[in-house]
Design a protein around this ligand. Structure first.
Ligand SMILES: NC(=O)c1ccc[n+]([C@@H]2O[C@H](COP(=O)([O-])OP(=O)(O)OC[C@H]3O[C@@H](n4cnc5c(N)ncnc54)[C@H](O)[C@@H]3O)[C@@H](O)[C@H]2O)c1
Length: 338
């Protein structure tokens, strides 16, 4: 199937390499407004056509799908025009700059029978697949809390704050593992630098209240001296730590928990702590993007939604939008209305 990739920056680079290596795809065009970037494409991949004119791709009937890997504020317009031209769309995270835009793209894709895929890459990693498998087998029990830390030094984005840049990864993982309804979002953050006279938060803490009395917390930071990529999931049966910086033992399962037994005749609760074994399950090794390229192709062939369709993109954008609102209001929780 012929694909065009729009935006050959940091991430576009990885996309072109993976689509080009895939036996399912033929990369017909790479499009970028920056001709220096296009020159790099021509040098590495002499067979791929390059263009700065997006319309050239829209009007080419041989192109079945368009991959959009440009800055967030351009996603909606490019994706909308792509869908209206009858192309399946792979859209980078975060899907769009607003809930309204995400909803419109979902509606256009549905109306036209097209696949709208959002690149929440972590969902295609072997580690996240393994956690999902464990949840499906009820090994962890119900999720009581989800606590993530994603901090490092740079890369600063110029058009979005650190929440829009880093939190989509963890929010999309939460959605994939346990798609509970979000009730409210609270965000605290701080901006220390100006970009084009605009203050952009580079550190933030998000607290998300979910239905069924559970909670998620996301800590994101572009200014940390150390790189941490960690998620703790507190299940009613077992607890899990996902440390993506670990080369081998990325997942650790703790047979730990707390159970509270109340007696009718006494007021105080009796709390029992359980600290059992810890083990690290074996997980496979493969590149998430390669598996995602194959999945996108198969879903187009079967005309079925991908594991990270517009719905998952919208879930993420809904939380991001509410987080920005809370930031503006000094950390007052934003209630989510559906
Ligand atoms: N899935 C992931 O893990 C992951 C990782 C990093 C970035 N991303 C996402 O990928 C997207 C791009 O991020 P990046 O870090 O590669 O940015 P970047 O700035 O490095 O690259 C963006 C490229 O898009 C080009 N561009 C801008 N507007 C364009 C337009 N209208 N038409 C054609 N080309 C245009 C720019 O010239 C640039 O080469 C963002 O949405 C980002 O959030 C996803």
């Amino acid at each position: 199937m012929n694909v065009a990739i729009v935006g050959y920056g940091y991430w576009g680079n990885h996309l072109v390499r993976n689509f080009n290596n895939s036996e399912n795809w033929n990369v017909e065009y790479v499009c970028d407004l920056d001709t220096n970037q296009l020159a790099k494409v021509s040098k590495l991949y002499p067979n791929i056509k390059t263009t700065s004119d997006f319309n050239e791709i829209l009007s080419d009937p041989n192109i079945s799908a368009i991959v959009i890997s440009t800055p967030v504020h351009t996603h909606f317009e490019l994706a909308k025009n792509g869908l209206l031209a009858g192309k399946h769309i792979w859209l980078e995270k975060p899907m769009t700059a607003s809930v309204e835009e995400s909803e419109e793209l979902i509606a256009i894709a549905e109306r036209n029978g097209l696949i709208l895929h959002v690149d929440h890459t972590f969902i295609y990693t072997p580690a996240v697949r393994k956690i999902k498998e464990m949840l499906e087998k009820d090994e962890l029990g119900d999720i009581h809390y989800f606590d993530s830390v994603r901090v490092n030094l740079g890369l600063f984005q110029h058009d979005v704050n650190v929440i829009w840049d880093l939190a989509p990864h963890d929010i999309s993982i939460l959605h994939y593992l346990s798609p509970k309804k979000v009730l409210s979002v609270r965000a605290d953050g701080m901006a220390f630098h100006n970009f084009n006279d605009k203050k952009i938060e580079s550190i933030a803490y998000l607290t998300v209240e979910l239905e069924d009395n559970s909670i998620a917390h996301f800590h994101v930071n572009w200014m940390s001296p150390v790189k941490i990529r960690q998620i703790i999931i507190g299940g009613s049966k077992k607890m899990l730590v996902f440390d993506d910086m670990e080369p081998m033992a990325k997942l650790k399962i703790y047979d730990s928990g707390v159970s509270i037994q109340t007696r009718d005749d006494i007021y105080n609760a009796l709390i029992q702590y359980r600290t059992g074994d810890m083990y690290s399950p074996a997980i496979q090794h493969y590149e998430a993007l390669a598996s995602e390229c194959k999945h996108f192709y198969e879903c187009i062939k079967l005309n079925k939604n991908t594991d990270t369709s517009g719905i998952s993109g919208l879930y993420v954008v809904r939380i991001l939008e509410a987080a920005n609102k809370s930031l503006k209001n000094g950390g007052v929780p934003s209630l989510i209305s559906y």
